[in-house]
Write a protein that binds this ligand. Structure first.
Ligand code: NAP
Length: 286
């Protein structure tokens, strides 16, 4: 759910609407909700609790391992002490004694992955975490993670526009681990701008967003797309994807690369990097 202010920072522009989206999702049969301590920070978990606690028949997944410095600004912190404190904070905000699924948000290059996951394994033995997940891992990192603790899920970016984690999905299938696909709509691009997808969707009486989500569902029974939305109308539309079954030929036809997307994604990454450099230069000035 994308329910915070711009840059995943601060409160949503319309708190009532954010709560309505969460409650409507549960009414429509959505049972898996993904949040993180760093969304807001804190804000998203507080909204989830306000809307959905006591979570009857729902799985609430949260994450730790990132710190926030401002809108759009994130840094990694996979130290055991940080993860322990982050988990305690999530338990308080989500109003639970045990988190259903606690995910390491990112691998911190300054901390061995084994140490970060070792801390989560300890929290499992203390009854504060039910299952462990990892996010944004390479196939090699996933192998290392599996050697430390049993995993319930891997959450990586995956969509028709970005299939760079296909090898990780294949590895999840081998070990029967859920593969949670973040940015399944390529941040809205697939819903709004992908012309080829629009044409294919028209032919199916569906919308481009529905087709993009149905493609992920068709890729693997272990794939779980988690589209983010702040809009009740988009939520209803996205949930509708679950009723759309694609034939193998359609899955294959859709899988052709989408022209234009890669160039846009690269430009976005370069803009973000330039923004981060400018911010660092500003901070470094005496
Ligand atoms: N593990 C990680 O590192 C990581 C990183 C990023 C995100 N995530 C998780 O993944 C979730 C989804 O990723 P995301 O939100 O970044 O990307 P996304 O789901 O690919 O795209 C979200 C964007 O698509 C728009 N959208 C959604 N449904 C639409 C529809 N039917 N028609 C038109 N536009 C639509 C949303 O706008 P509206 O609000 O207007 O609907 C929003 O701008 C997040 O909420 C978060 O829980 C995880």
């Amino acid at each position: 759910m994308q329910l915070t202010g711009p840059g995943v920072w601060g409160a949503p522009p319309d708190r009532g609407e954010a709560l309505r989206v969460l409650r409507r999702a549960a009414e429509l049969g959505v049972t898996f909700f993904d949040t993180a301590d760093s969304y807001g920070p804190d804000e998203s978990e507080l909204l989830v609790a306000e809307a959905l606690h006591p979570y009857r028949d729902l799985v609430v997944a949260t994450k730790g391992g990132l710190r926030r410095q401002g809108p759009g600004r994130w840094s990694k912190d996979g130290r055991p002490a940080h993860l322990r404190a982050a988990c305690e904070g999530s338990l308080r905000r989500l109003r639970v004694d045990c988190v259903d699924l606690y995910q390491l948000h990112a691998v911190d290059p300054a901390v061995p992955l084994e140490e970060s996951l070792g801390a989560l394994a300890e929290l499992v033995s203390e009854g504060k975490i039910r299952r462990i997940g990892v996010c944004n891992v390479t196939r090699g990192e996933l192998e290392r993670a599996l050697a430390v603790a049993p995993l319930a899920s891997v959450q990586n970016r995956f969509s028709l526009a970005d299939r760079s984690s296909a090898d990780v999905l294949a590895r999840c299938e081998t070990s029967r681990i859920a593969f949670v696909a973040w940015a399944p709509l390529a941040k809205g691009y697939l819903a709004r701008q992908a012309r080829r997808l629009s044409r294919a969707a028209e032919g199916r009486g569906a919308t481009p967003a529905q087709l993009a989500l149905a493609w992920i569902l068709a890729r693997s029974p272990l794939a779980v797309p988690i589209p983010g939305t702040s809009s009740p109308a988009h939520l209803e539309e996205n949930v509708g994807a679950a009723g759309l079954t694609l034939e193998p030929a359609e899955v294959a036809a859709l899988a052709r690369p989408l022209p234009g997307y890669e160039a846009r994604a690269l430009a976005r990454r370069l803009r973000a990097r330039a923004g981060r450099l400018k911010a660092r230069l500003r901070e470094a000035r005496p």
